[in-house]
Design a protein around this ligand. Sequence first.
Ligand SMILES: Nc1ncnc2c1ncn2[C@@H]1O[C@H](COP(=O)(O)OP(=O)(O)O)[C@@H](O)[C@H]1O
Ligand SMILES: [Mg+2]
Length: 264
Amino acid sequence: MTVRVYAIASGKGGTGKTTTTLNLGTSLAMLGKKTVVIDADIGMANLGLLLGLEKSKITLHEVLSGEAEVKDAVYNGPSGLKVVPSGLSLKGFQKCNPDKLKQVVSSLVDGMDYVLIDVPAGISRDGIVPLAVADRVLLVVNPELSSMADALKTKTLTELLGKQVEGVILNRTELEKTEINRNKVQELLGVQVLEMIPEDVNVRRAAAFKIPVVVRNPASPASIAFRRLAAKIAGEKFTEADVKLVSGRFFDCLSRTIFKSKQT
Ligand SMILES: Nc1ncnc2c1ncn2[C@@H]1O[C@H](COP(=O)(O)OP(=O)(O)O)[C@@H](O)[C@H]1O
Ligand SMILES: [Mg+2]
């Protein structure tokens, strides 16, 4: 299949972009899809932290500063997922040339089915480049007005770049007891809601264990939603049987998750 490059964006910070990038990416990998996730949030890098890759010497920082090659910044994640983490230092961030991201993505697409880019919040250059580089944009929003307003700006920016937002992921749906539901979001943003991810305490717990929640608790409410979203994106069926079936595969997945953070 032709590779699909997704930017996982929001506008506002803290809506769940990194959580979505990691768990959607892992779910696609669990479906047997060749998937790479890239932490393009070069100022506030979190993706590596969620996988225990924070001590990696070579990251996207070194690649964007021209000090290292992309292949040396690719690490193994769970279920065959490939991961390009970013560095945590401010110095590393300052050295980066965000415009190099296009080259990075180009050199990663070979043999891949999906590339997911974790996009920084805001509308600075490092946030705009990933929108320009990706061929599809997904917005992660929370059911609150400030999140909608910022997502709307990102949508406008995407359109200014000549692209369309493909869908919205409404995350943490029980967080706010407001009436901002699926229809309201679709009406406000003018984009279809692909999936609603419920507030789920397992998300934070899995983060503390540095294991994606879809691997640690595959049948938890948020995991089911992430896995259903992956199936939808991959054009595969997701049934109740899948929810139960995966429990049997849980230990298999878990064992594959206790991966070495070795380079590929
Ligand atoms: N569905 C969810 N249920 C519970 N907590 C969540 C959920 N999604 C995200 N979180 C938590 O919200 C915080 C922000 O998520 P994160 O993915 O880092 O957002 P962003 O990358 O957009 O800044 C994290 O502490 C994460 O664990
Ligand atoms: Mg993030």
